[in-house]
Ligand binder design. Structure first.
Ligand SMILES: Nc1ncnc2c1ncn2[C@@H]1O[C@H](COP(=O)(O)OP(=O)(O)OP(=O)(O)O)[C@@H](O)[C@H]1O
Ligand SMILES: [Mg+2]
Length: 280
């Protein structure tokens, strides 16, 4: 077993060199973080699209290693929330901090902080004209200045991990949706992000491919990755989430444990929403 360089390179996805992430091994995911500041903090965040007030005074804290599932009706602002966390959308007021640092407006510092936030979208967003391997090595080589051999070794370890190492030389169109989404997860992880955002990562997939993607995400969560996941997959939420955030009309209406949220939601708005999604 030890003759494999990939294995020797370590297959723990949250490994980014021993000192930086050592706490993740010592601390159970979602365990109280003591005095440690939250990894992601939003305070009084407001965002408008013209006259439409899409994010209303959003306060949200995500601790290191915590998995937060965001759920709620269409148009409620879930995608806008994700996009504003890595500044794909500028906000109008409020504060967003990643690991204690406020998101800068623009420039090199923004590019660096943005690289700390991995994002996986509903549509896979892979570069169509590049192979799976090239998709996963591009960011590390261009942004992290990793040399090609090292980037490829890391990419193969990640592709192995998400179960598609044998597809490395193929182009995205030659893969199934589930495989493409797993490649997208490997690509995001290759940047060694501090937090991963998933915006409905399984909703464009055929049903038989949903679980292969959720399994990869569940494993990531168990390894201590900090995650914000927009999804209506309740099995995943119950299995992996520390906290459910229910969002409607641009507001966080309820924050709860998954168990409480799905069986005994506090707000009428959440109960109404759940009654609709649970009956089909
Ligand atoms: N670029 C944009 N320009 C104008 N309005 C937008 C833009 N993006 C989103 N919106 C509007 O902002 C509101 C929130 O949209 P958002 O996509 O964040 O909702 P969502 O909760 O992710 O919904 P869904 O569950 O359908 O994905 C919606 O009313 C939407 O129409
Ligand atoms: Mg959305």
């Amino acid at each position: 077993m030890t003759d494999s360089g990939i294995e020797a390179g370590g297959t723990n996805l949250s490994e980014g060199g021993p000192p930086a992430n050592a706490h993740q091994a010592a601390e159970a995911p979602g365990a109280p973080a003591g005095d440690e500041p939250p990894l992601v903090r939003l305070s009084k965040v407001n965002k408008y699209f013209g006259a439409l007030h899409v994010l209303r005074d959003i306060d949200l804290e995500v601790r290191r290693g915590e998995v937060v599932v965001v759920i709620g009706p269409s148009g409620g602002g879930k995608s806008t929330l994700c996009r504003s966390i890595n500044r794909l959308e500028p906000i109008d007021s409020g504060i967003i901090e990643i690991d204690g640092k406020r998101l800068p407006e623009e420039g090199r510092e923004l590019a660096r902080l943005r690289a700390d936030v991995g994002m996986v979208f509903q549509s896979f967003n892979l570069f169509a004209h590049k192979t799976i391997l090239q998709n996963v090595t591009l960011g590390p080589i261009k942004v992290r200045k990793m040399n090609k051999a090292e980037a490829e070794q890391q990419a193969m370890a990640l592709l192995e991990r998400v179960g598609i190492a044998h597809q490395a030389a193929k182009y995205p169109a030659q893969l199934s949706g589930g495989q493409q989404q797993r490649a997208a997860i490997a690509r995001a992880l290759a940047m060694k992000p501090k937090v991963m955002l998933f915006d409905e990562p399984t909703s464009a997939l055929d049903p038989e491919m949903v679980n292969e993607v959720l399994d990869v995400m569940t494993e990531l969560a168990a390894e201590g990755m900090t995650m914000i996941v927009v999804t209506h997959e309740m099995g995943f939420a119950r299995r992996a989430a520390d906290k459910v955030v229910f969002m409607a009309d641009g507001q966080i209406v309820e924050e709860n444990t998954p168990e409480e949220f799905f069986t005994n939601a506090r707000t009428d708005r959440a109960r109404d929403f759940l009654s609709k999604i649970l009956t089909h």
